[in-house]
Structures are given as C-alpha cells and as structure tokens.
Design a protein around this ligand. Structure first.
Ligand code: FMN
Length: 212
C-alpha cells in the first residue's frame, strides 16, 4: 500500500484523494431561494441519507476557492429551506451547468433551462426534470473546520414531502431503471448504474459460499 500522511498534504491534494476514493457519489441538485425570492440551483455530491426518524438527508457545502460562502449555504442560512432533486442521466448536462459560478441574483433555472415547479411545503421550487424531489427544512448545521478554503458546513435537512415520478414508483419502492441515476466519480467523470446484482441479507448461520 502507498501510505499517505494527511498532515503532509495540501487542501487540493486531499480533495483529489477524497473524490477519487469515495465513489460513486449520488448528486443532490439543490434548489434554494434568497430573501428577494431569487431561486438558486447547484449540485452537491457530498450528499447522503442520514436517518428515517426524523427523515433526514445531508449535504456538505465547502467554501468557494476565494473563501466566500456559496449561494446555497447563504440561502439556507437565511431561509432554512431547500429541495433536493435527484439527477437522472437525461439531465446531466444542465445539472453540470448549474455548477458554474453565477452571481447571486441570477437564477440557474433560467440559465440552464430547467423547469421550476412549485413546492408544497417549502418556498424553493422543485426541478420538474428530476425524477425525485425532497422538500426539506433545515434540521441542523455543523461547521467543519474554521471557515477557510477546504472547510465545509454539513447541512442536515428534514424531509417534509417527497415527490416521485409516477413511472418510478411502485408499491412504496423506487424503480432504479426509471430514475436512471447519475453518480459523480473523480475529476470530470460520471457514471450510470449498470451490472446490478443482488446479495441476500447475511445471516449468522451461513458462511463460506458467498454467492458472488
Ligand atoms: C457533480 C458536482 C458535484 C458537486 N458537489 C459539491 C459538493 O458536494 N460540495 C460543494 O460545496 N460543492 C460541490 N460542487 C460545486 C458546486 O456545485 C459549485 O460550487 C456551485 O457553483 C455552487 O453554487 P452556489 O454558489 O449557487 O451555491 C459540485 C459540482 C458538481 C458539478
């Protein structure tokens, strides 16, 4: 093994190691709104589910390269609401375009041609083209680091309402092929999900033949 002492690395080197090692990562295309009612949309792949009771998801929002706060973080701090929209293959291009550094006051919805749909319980709109929308209210923020470049804020949102494209929903379950999820890999690489296989849940009375 190559041994890497994290204390010997700079912020960029550490970031590259993380995004190459933690793969694949799902993408939360996150809509927020500022205090003037201007909408914002940005992708985040430091994203995960957290808990079922309360139903929570999390994003980690890093500082901009110039040390400033991203619009998404500022909007959530001000208005405490956001919508996580999942990303399907058919919308990978517009999703990526949302990550361009548009100034506050310019809505990515208009710039990239995604369609805002009103939410039911929160003010930020949903993304019509996304197969799944999670309307969230801020549950908790955790600052990681001292606010310099490389540090981040973990934003935990409580999901108040979910919307699933009808073709992707059956008996309370999500149909993978109908949501065609895009994942972020390292650098500018992305993946689709293929080669799916099943492993029955492990029991303590088996072992030896793992079936894979
Ligand atoms: C696929 C993808 C995943 C990203 N994941 C993150 C992330 O997890 N955290 C983060 O801070 N920025 C992430 N970014 C960068 C933000 O999307 C980018 O900084 C964006 O301009 C932030 O927009 P805002 O200032 O409107 O909030 C990602 C970009 C892409 C394309």
């Amino acid at each position: 093994m190559v041994q890497i002492d994290m204390a010997s690395l700079g912020v960029t080197q550490i970031y590259k190691l993380l995004i190459g090692s933690i793969v694949p990562r799902p993408i939360a295309l996150t809509s927020t709104i500022d205090s003037d009612g201007i909408t914002n949309l940005a992708p985040f792949s430091f994203f995960s589910g957290v808990s079922s009771d309360p139903p929570c998801v999390m994003l980690a929002i890093t500082r901009k390269p110039d040390g400033g706060k991203k619009d998404t973080l500022r909007n959530i701090e001000e208005n405490r609401e956001f919508v996580v929209n999942t990303v399907a293959h058919w919308m990978a291009g517009p999703m990526n375009q949302c990550s361009a550094d548009y100034p506050p006051g310019e809505s990515e919805f208009e710039k990239v041609g995604l369609t805002p749909l009103p939410s039911v319980k929160v003010r930020p709109p949903r993304v019509k083209e996304s197969p799944i929308h999670m309307e969230c209210e801020l549950f908790k923020m955790v600052e990681i680091g001292d606010g310099c470049v490389g540090s981040s804020v973990i934003v935990v949102g409580r999901i108040l309402m979910m919307h699933v494209h009808a073709a992707a929903y059956e008996n309370g379950k999500i149909k993978l092929e109908a949501i065609d999820p895009v994942s972020r890999l390292s650098g500018i690489s992305y993946g689709r999900t293929s080669g799916v296989y099943e492993i029955p849940r492990a029991r303590t009375d088996q072992g030896g033949d793992f079936g894979v």
